[in-house]
Design a protein around this ligand. Structure first.
Ligand SMILES: *[C@@H]1O[C@H](CO)[C@@H](O)[C@H](O)[C@H]1NC(C)=O
Ligand SMILES: [Zn+2]
Length: 549
């Protein structure tokens, strides 16, 4: 058989000849071409029918078999990461490391679809409604943590799998009581009910303990104020947890004692920061483990603990603070958060490739944050087509870090400090003006937006909001089993509502979330009077929990 190019040029030649009358040799050629075309069409139709039959058979055949087989489900969330963050991170790394334009992120290799993110009460979702869409497979209102629009607690995939005998884990870089991990392991009318969320996460609700492993920040809502925490009551949940059999880890030394998962006694409560774990760009690795280290520990511990059991594990992993960098409009911090996540994601994929147990990995975002764009018009003149990754390479710290540094300065020469220590050293900015320095000094307590705008302008990074946006986000998928990979494409390939991702996990594992909903319907989910104080904090747009050491 000739090449496609030859075949096409054949047709072209015949087409030209047809226009010039119809000698008999041409008629012959035309007839044989028609026969060839007809045969080709028949062949194609039959192939498609056979393919569809085979595909359905393969998928359904495996499906019944798989519902009873051992599986692991790894669900990963990039909070607040939209498609522009990936473009930014890719170009940043190519530029910084002198890599070819073909160099892509690990995530890029597994792109399968896109997710629409709206909640039940807004076109722009928050993380609580976004995570509830994944955990319960239903749309709820902004602020809802594992409850439906009528504020009725809904069974989550984590709870359902725990009831089936799976071991379960949550790994995050924010507070473990924050919206995303909470929506899988707690039920609260509002995301700011973090005192209650901590109680549910330890199993203090009708279902009992459903989580076997916790690694994240957020000691705050497990400890009373008398012990450096921020609970509205006097409970020390870290003590309660240890009495109930949890191993407790609260610092780098005892995290290291876990030997990256080889020495873990489940259930594990590892609260590695008082509030959020610092941004990767600021992280002191002698104090805080990386997301990759957290993930290694979780995967190794859960794999080991399920080695001899009939069921596998469910692990939720969140790159939590991509969202915070978006809220702050901090491109230098965000790009490092995305790369830290991608590194952890690569570890997950490599780990799963070597597992015998059938495992799926789904990674997606709850929404985009910041309205990030990798281009920015700085003057009325028509802009050049460019953005400047070098400005983000030069920035060595986040706005969050520099704001705190300036606010805490107690020396005698703030001006010199702002110029050399903050602008030049931390932010890599040499071309600042005296007006810039004056503004920062005059706004010593809150210069964050100002300095971050300086970084954003120099990198020509654009932001449209300090909040979330409604753009579609990506869905990534991987399985160590070929037929499951096909299933992932069949269910999540193309563009989907976010709830379909939750429903896919339910279908894939063959559990019934409705049954859990019935068991937990008496769960206390409304805010207590003492918890109401957190509502006020939550309404302050600049409120966030730094590491409370
Ligand atoms: C780390 O935490 C453990 C308890 O988990 C405690 O015994 C130890 O003193 C702590 N170490 C430091 C340096 O704070
Ligand atoms: Zn957010």
């Amino acid at each position: 058989m000739g090449s496609i190019a030859e075949y096409e040029s054949d047709i072209e030649r015949q087409g030209l000849l047809e226009g010039e009358g119809t000698p008999s040799s041409v008629l012959d050629a035309k007839a044989s071409r028609k026969t060839r075309q007809r045969r080709f069409i028949h062949f194609s139709v039959i192939s498609i029918i056979i393919y569809v039959i085979l595909f359905r058979f393969v998928v359904h055949g495996n499906f019944t078999k798989k519902s009873s087989g051992k599986k692991n489900v790894i669900f990963m969330v990039t909070d607040g990461m939209g498609p522009a963050s990936l473009s930014l991170a890719r170009s940043f790394r190519q530029h910084r490391d002198g890599l070819a334009i073909e160099d892509i992120l690990e995530l890029d290799k597994h792109l399968i679809g896109a997710s629409r993110t709206r909640s039940s009460d807004s076109l722009v979702t928050d993380s609580a409604a976004g995570a509830t869409a994944f955990s319960c497979g239903l749309k709820s209102y902004n602020g809802a943590v594992g409850v439906n629009p009528e504020k009725i607690p809904c069974g989550t995939i984590l709870e359902a799998l725990s009831q089936e005998g799976y071991l379960t884990g949550l790994v995050v870089t924010t507070r473990i009581t924050d919206a995303t991990p909470a929506a899988f392991s707690a039920h609260a009318d509002w995301r700011w009910q973090e005192d209650l969320i901590a109680e549910h996460q330890l199993g203090h609700y009708p279902l009992g303990r459903s989580v076997d492993l916790i690694i994240g920040g957020g000691r705050c809502h497990f400890l009373p104020t008398s012990k450096g925490g921020c609970r509205a009551d006097d409970l020390d949940l870290t003590e309660v947890a240890q009495e109930e059999g949890w191993s407790y880890v609260a610092n780098r030394t005892s995290f290291d004692d876990l030997e990256l998962g080889k020495n873990v006694q489940l259930p594990l409560l590892a609260l590695i920061a008082g509030g959020d774990v610092p941004y990767d760009i600021d992280r002191d690795s002698s104090v805080y483990p990386s997301l990759e280290e957290q993930v290694k520990t979780a995967l190794t511990a859960l794999t080991k603990a399920t080695e001899d059991s009939e069921q596998g594990f469910f692990l939720m992993i969140e790159g939590s603070r991509i969202d915070h960098a978006g809220h702050h409009n901090d491109p230098a911090a965000q790009v490092r958060e995305v790369l830290a996540y991608d590194k952890a994601y690569k570890y997950v994929i490599d780990f799963v490739k070597n597992l015998d147990t059938e495992t799926i990995v789904v990674s997606t975002s709850d929404h985009e944050t910041g309205g990030l764009v990798t281009a920015r018009q700085l003057t009325p003149a028509y802009p050049d087509y460019m953005w400047v990754p070098q400005a983000l390479v030069d920035a060595k710290h986040s706005g969050e870090y520099t704001r705190a540094k300036v606010a805490r300065y107690s020396g005698v020469d703030l001006e010199e400090f702002v110029k050399t220590e903050v602008l030049e050293k931390d932010l890599g900015i040499k071309d600042y003006t005296s007006d810039d320095v004056k503004f920062i000094i005059e706004n010593k307590q809150n210069c964050q937006d100002y300095v971050l705008d300086m970084v954003s302008k120099r990198s020509q990074t654009g932001w449209t909001t300090h909040g979330h946006s409604a753009v579609d986000v990506n869905i990534y998928g991987y399985s160590n089993k070929q037929s499951t990979m096909l299933e992932l494409y069949q269910y999540l390939g193309g563009n989907h509502e976010n709830i379909e991702i939750g429903k896919f996990m339910e279908t894939f594992t063959g559990v019934n979330l409705g049954q859990i909903t019935k068991i937990i319907h008496n769960t206390r989910h409304s805010a207590s009077a003492s918890e109401e104080k957190f509502k006020l904090l939550a309404e302050d747009p600049y409120h966030h929990y730094g590491p409370l050491e």
